[in-house]
Design a binder for this molecule. Structure first.
Ligand SMILES: [Zn+2]
Length: 315
């Protein structure tokens, strides 16, 4: 019986007796305190990005308390700087999930400076055996990533709470199964629209676009410059404008979280040239999304843009 039901039944039993009211209050309060002491201890967990926190929360269920460090869909994660409250959050975590790939290096710094015996850290980069030098750090858009993360999270939660191992495994299975509508849509897009030329501003969704069979026409050097906030070459800038204005791409995918006057110029050109726009996010859009519904919404927006020319400028 879980603690809440136990409290309810104790209170019900007490209430059904004919003891004096004062006695009833005293015994009721005592029962509540005893039940609170027996409540299951939750694993304190942190996702460096809200999408990893979403997976922890789905696998850990009622036995985890999860926070996310980067969760504001209106800020640029590439420019994130940890403050004291982030340090406190990460320091007390028993389980951490982070991306790696130089995307959330501040996590390593905090973990190194605030050692906690027994802290378990899952790094998506390690699970995928990716090189840090790889072009695209946004691993969560790759459909291969989260099943591995969910498995690692279930394993680590089982180490922290062995009594609930089968519960964590069942949640992991359920989570992986719930990715199927998304991966099915990717496969459908690929079978229907393989080789569709698209333009992007930044590599955020490139793994998803590759899984969908899209042909990303934007020069990698331009994507890198936007991601890193450096100056792109004039050739790259005119190449991107040409893709849009000459309708050499079917969709313009726009990273809403990594923007500047350059990306605003591309967006304006896409609208003026009637190239459908799809908004992309680095961290989960809020409210109302979990990881899989977010990925599915992005894929559906891509499909809609290609099939009907309709833009999705915000999720
Ligand atoms: Zn990015």
């Amino acid at each position: 019986m879980d603690s809440r039901r136990r409290v309810t039944s104790i209170l019900a039993a007490v209430a059904s007796t004919t003891v004096a009211w004062a006695l009833l209050v005293v015994s009721g309060a005592g029962a509540l305190a005893a039940a609170a002491a027996a409540a299951p201890k939750k694993v304190v967990a942190v996702g460096a990005e809200s999408q990893y926190a979403s997976v922890i929360s789905q696998v850990g269920g009622r036995y985890v308390s999860v926070d996310a460090v980067m969760r504001n869909p209106n800020t640029d994660p590439h420019e994130f700087e940890a403050n004291a409250s982030v340090v406190a959050l990460v320091s007390r975590a028993q389980l951490v999930v982070q991306n790696g790939m130089g995307y959330d290096t501040f996590m390593n710094k905090i973990e190194g400076a605030n050692r906690r015996p027994g802290r378990l850290v899952v790094v998506a980069q390690d699970l995928l055996r990716m090189k840090s030098s790889a072009f695209n750090p946004h691993l969560w858009y790759d459909p291969k990533t989260m099943p591995l993360v969910a498995e690692a999270v279930a394993t680590d939660l089982s180490k922290l709470q062995p009594a609930h191992a089968s519960y964590f495994r069942a949640n992991e299975k359920h989570f992986v199964a719930s990715l199927q509508p998304w991966t099915r849509e990717l496969a459908q897009f690929k079978s229907k629209y393989k080789g569709t030329p698209v333009a992007v501003t930044e590599p955020v969704a490139d793994y998803m676009l590759q899984a969908a069979g899209a042909d990303i026409k934007t020069p990698k050097s331009l994507q890198l410059a936007v991601m890193n906030g450096t100056d792109p070459s004039p050739q790259d800038v005119s190449a991107e404008y040409a893709l849009i204005r000459r309708h050499q791409v079917k969709v313009f995918l726009y990273n809403r979280q990594v923007t500047d006057t350059l990306t605003a110029g591309f967006l304006a050109a896409a609208k003026k040239s009637h190239v459908p726009v799809v908004a992309l996010y680095e961290t989960m859009p809020v409210p109302g999304y979990n990881y899989q519904s977010w990925m599915q919404a992005e894929t559906e927006a891509l499909q809609r843009a290609v099939a009907t020319g309709k833009s999705t400028e915000e999720l």
